[in-house]
Write a protein that binds this ligand. Structure first.
Ligand code: GAR
Length: 200
């Protein structure tokens, strides 16, 4: 099997993109970094590693569907096998999800199905849970609802603030996202219903 051609989607700082680059996963090639945000630091990270960048600002499109159709067109020539959402802060509609059916993964800063959506770290802290964590999952047509690939727990201590918690969450993310991508790209896992399991 050849290397999987991967697009990493990032809207901001791109520390997860960096972790994926640094992990030097032998079963993938990062064909392109995609962003909706012309100011994303992720762009600099990609350029530093000679990775192609595509910037398409959602603000220039009237509807989500119109925006996503354009992304699909631009990404076509890259012949992608996997889309990795790494801090991509736009919800993807059925238009995009169907175009890359079962080929999109996301990382979420909580133990799904708890705290889906934005500001998951802060909301876990405010809710008072003692444990939160990180989830890597396939993307389906809901928001943070797809089959779960990997999860890892982060303990919330009394002295934690939003900043210290997010720092701990990031550390865990940078460890488990490359691991999940490696599992997918080496063909070691399969999805049966909602369950993602090791192939026997
Ligand atoms: C990460 O913590 C990721 O889990 C989160 O955004 C951050 C991006 O950081 N994603 C979401 O909240 C998705 N709803 P990064 O740009 O440094 O990788």
């Amino acid at each position: 099997m050849g290397k999987m051609r991967v697009a990493v989607f990032a809207s901001g700082s791109g520390t997860n993109l960096q972790a994926i680059i640094d992990a030097d996963i032998q079963t993938i090639e990062i064909a392109v970094v995609f962003t909706n945000n012309p100011d994303a630091y992720a762009i600099e990270r990609a350029k530093k590693h000679n990775i192609q960048v595509e910037i398409i600002d959602h603000k220039n499109y009237k509807t989500r569907e119109e925006y996503e159709k354009h992304i699909i067109k631009v990404l076509g020539p890259y012949k992608l096998n996997l889309i990795v959402l790494a801090g991509f802060m736009r919800i993807l509609s059925t238009v995009f999800v169907r175009a890359y059916k079962n080929k999109i993964v996301n990382i979420h800063p909580a133990l799904l199905p708890s705290f889906p959506g934005i500001n998951a770290g802060r909301r876990a802290l405010e809710y008072g849970v003692k444990y939160t964590g990180v989830t890597v999952h396939f993307v389906d047509e809901g928001v943070d609802t797809g089959p779960i690939i990997l999860q890892s727990v982060v303990e919330i201590k009394d002295e934690d603030t939003e900043d210290t918690l997010l720092e701990k969450i990031h550390e865990v993310e940078h460890r488990i996202y490359p691991k999940a991508i490696e599992l997918i790209s080496s063909g070691e896992i399969e999805v049966i219903g909602r369950r993602v399991i090791k192939k026997s």
